[in-house]
Each structure stands twice: as C-alpha cells, then as structure tokens.
Design a protein around this ligand. Sequence first.
Ligand code: AVI
Length: 328
Amino acid sequence: MSSAQSMFYTNDLTTGLISPLMDLDFADDVLTGLALPQKQLHAKYFYDQQGSDYFDQICQLPEYYPYQTELNLLPKVAKELAGILTSDCTIVEFGAGSLVKIKPLLNAINSIRQFIPIDISGIHLEMACQQLQTDFPKLAVKPVVADFCYPVTLPAFGHQQKIGFFPGSTIGNFCPAQAASFLENARCTLGPDSSLLIGVDTKKSPVYLHRAYNDADGITARFNRNILTRINRELGANFKPENFEHYAFYNAGQGRVEMHLVSTAEQVVDVFGSAVAFAAGESIHTENSYKYTPDEFCQLARSAGWQVERTWLADKDLFAAYLLRNPG
Ligand code: AVI
C-alpha cells in the first residue's frame, strides 16, 4: 500500500481543498517501532522539510567526509562514463535530495537527455528540480515523489539507455538484506541492459567515523532529534526532544555507525493515544549507516543479480563508486 492510499483526508470547508490529516503508515511504523524491546524509528522519517535542511547542513560540515569526498570523485567518474555512454540516455536518481551530485554527470556526459529524480520529500524535490531546470534548460526533468525502497513506476523511457544513480552511500542506511532487496528492485525498475552508478562509504578508522557522526556544531544531534519534533507535529505526540540525547558510535561487529536518541530521564510520552514509557538511559535506535569494503559491496551487488563493471576509490580509500550492469 502506498502512503498516499493510507492517508486520512479532511475537507477544508473554507478553502474547499482536500488535505491529508495523517499518514497511517507513518503512525503504524512509529507505534510498532516504539513497542519493540530495543525501541526504533525508521531513518527514512528523518527527511521532512526541516530534516532535509539539516541534512544539507551536515553535508557542509568539515567532519562529514562522505559528501565532499564523493563530490570530488564524481568528475573523474563522469569523464570515464562520457566515453561509455555515447547514445541518448535517461538517468534515474534514487533519493535525489538536493540534486547537487547529478551536476558533474550532466556537465560531462552530453548524451543525457532525460533526468528522473525520485525522492520521498516532495517539496524539497520540487525546489531542487526548478533550480536544475534553470541550469540545464534542454534537459527533460521528470521528478517522481515516491519511496524508492519499493519498485517505482517511472515515466516512459523510450529507447534510451537507462542509468540508475544512487550516490551518497544512502544504501548504507539499509541493513544488508534490505540493501540487496533495494538493488533487486532497482534492477526491476530500470529493466534489462541498464546500469547503476552507486556511491558507497568504505570501512575505515572508527575515530574518523565517530567524528563524522558527532560534529562539533551539533547539527547531527539536531537532525537526529528532529524526528521527534516531526512525530509530535504529524502524529500528535508530546515528546520533549530536549529530554533525549544524541548518541552515535561505530559498531565494529556489525560494520555500521549507529545513531540513537537516549532518554535523559524516566518519562512517559503520549504517541497517537498510546503511552510509551522510557527508562532513564533507554535509547531509540534511529539510524544505521553500514560501511562496506569493496569486496563486501561487490559480493552484495552480485547477490542481487548485478555485474560489477568498474570500481573507483577516492583518495585514501575514504569512499567508493561502483558501476554495475544489469545483464538482463
Ligand atoms: C543519508 N545518509 C547516507 C547519511 C549517513 O551518513 O548515513 C545520513 C546521516 N546521518 C547522520 N549523518 C548523516
């Protein structure tokens, strides 16, 4: 069921407009996650307008190396791709966000005719698309607001070559089984003879990782707590975000950075009519960010039916990009 199908709607008598009251999938996910022994919230719910803005700020932080490292790698990747992608092509970006990373590709690859960015945050996507269309007036930009965790129905491709683009190591926010199923769904969405260019963060010193997820300005902490503000606003809960501390660490056994919100006191929160009790020091697990060695990632991609065509490693192996091919 799509989230649009599971909304409660209200008819505003003064404007005549029909507007959504509440996303029932969101409510259901939140209540289910908070009822688990290790309370958890799905990281995709970080990205309301405010959360997307915080994430943009994180990307500008000196500590958050994945963003700038990948951005510095992309012109080199794009130059090589320009030699491979010679006939008209469509690029489909999964989780498009602010549309910054597509620009090195659009600048270097003349054969890109159509661009289909997919993102869960409609307002953010619309604003980014308007700017991109101004910068690249000849490009056909066709945004799709959808949850790309599931197969997505796309506008017509024609006979163009299809290239998926999934930068930013967003795949790291899925557990390995979900990552494999995303890769399978992407193969389905893109179809036979397509390719996928994907950016994936590498395993590295925990000291480096700790700094990236615990920035000195506390922006990542605000990003993390904002999920509670969103639940308050959209589900009528009464979290006091200031009663929860940001906690992020590298879990070496699992190969992932974990983010949590730790309750600073014993407290009871009303969420959508349910009383949710917290012990002092109890956490809500809000995000995983898995890191992969090149061997681990290539194995994952192959298990989802992709062939690995090319691997690029950034300076000091801080980040990797892979070109995968769907044999059909
Ligand atoms: C979007 N995603 C790849 C980011 C990450 O690194 O896992 C989200 C993020 N969380 C904290 N900082 C950035």
